[in-house]
Design a protein around this ligand. Sequence first.
Ligand SMILES: [Zn+2]
Length: 425
Amino acid sequence: MLFCCDASATTHAHGPVRVNGPRIINHLEALSEYGKNPQGGVSRIAYSDADRAGREYAIGLMKDAGLEVSIDTAGNLVGRRTGTDATLKPIVIGSHIDSVPEGGNYDGDVGSLSAIEVAQILSERHLTTRHPLQVIVFADEEGLMLGSTAIAAGLDLPRLNSVSQSGKVVRDGVKFLGGNPDRIAEAKRAPGSIAAYLELHIEQGGILERENLQIGVVEGIVGILDAEVKIEGFANHAGTTPMDQRHDAMLSAARFTDKLNQIVTTMPGRQVGTVGWLKAQPGAYNVVPGKVTLGMEVRDLDARKIQNLYDQIRAAADAIGRLNGTSFHFEQHAHSEPALTDPKLQTLIDTSAKRLGFSTRLMPSGAGHDAQEMSKLGPIGMIFIPSMGGISHSPREFSKPSDIENGANVLLETVLGLDRARDAY
Ligand SMILES: [Zn+2]
């Protein structure tokens, strides 16, 4: 391969370096065939036949882009490109291509194929970055980020032995994708081993579209606290029990749901809180419910605020219980910490986007991404593009080709800017 140029100049002898937008769209269309479903979306569940076939397609694209491709022991696809300075840590870019059941063709795919396009365009322009460049297509993002967790933190045995959405045990799924579950620990990388991780992703919400903006600069990925709440009352005859003698767990659940919403919306900020499911027992028309179990969650970029909200919600629940003689028991489940993006990378993404003529805003990511795991290894940055109608995890998920091209160009520009930033990373 001929390395004609140092990539430190964005404007190159053959004009400004830009991605080939129509090529990304062609690749998105080709990838959409793997796991295509009648609803017009895709069901490319991690570790399924469609997932493996889609990954084989991605490997072909990565090789065409001049990347040296390997599959790590966790089943992640890793494409490597040498830099001019071997003492520098790699700049890592990527995303995932697995989907939820009946998902869309943009979540993960846009970021993965754009990352490959960045490598492709550098290769075509004979440009070599100072830092080594790595493109990663993570395994099993939708199943709680197993591939990126294996890289950033290590996968424990319970998760390796759990059953994935494909029906396969994760261990067998990893093997199916070409990984090696017996040597999964070898996928783990050391904290500080990357210069930075950058991910382009669709917003999956409607803020950019509503505000008619082109690029979202992600401030961080929110932390999530979820809890199962058991409300104990007393089941009794719905016809003969007077209203003032009831210990109605369902009534407490209704008051609780309303109060949670009040608490979350009264505090200034962008926190969100939800009661997502509810089960009443015994569950009959003619019985006052004696027991309700429900699931709640709270999300925010600030871990202290999440705890503060949870404390207020619990105190409110006790007060609600006292009103009608019911009791609340909270069992806290998963609690993921917020993962903040690097302020210098936020600025770099913002200035890169503005230099390309795009409008931007800072925004949190309300959904989880591989980037939150990668934040354990080094600074992360995330670029959002608009999702039409704010729809995601649906066959109706859509982002405009022009927005995809814009996002990919911001990714490329940010990679080049980061590569030029002497001493910064
Ligand atoms: Zn995603």
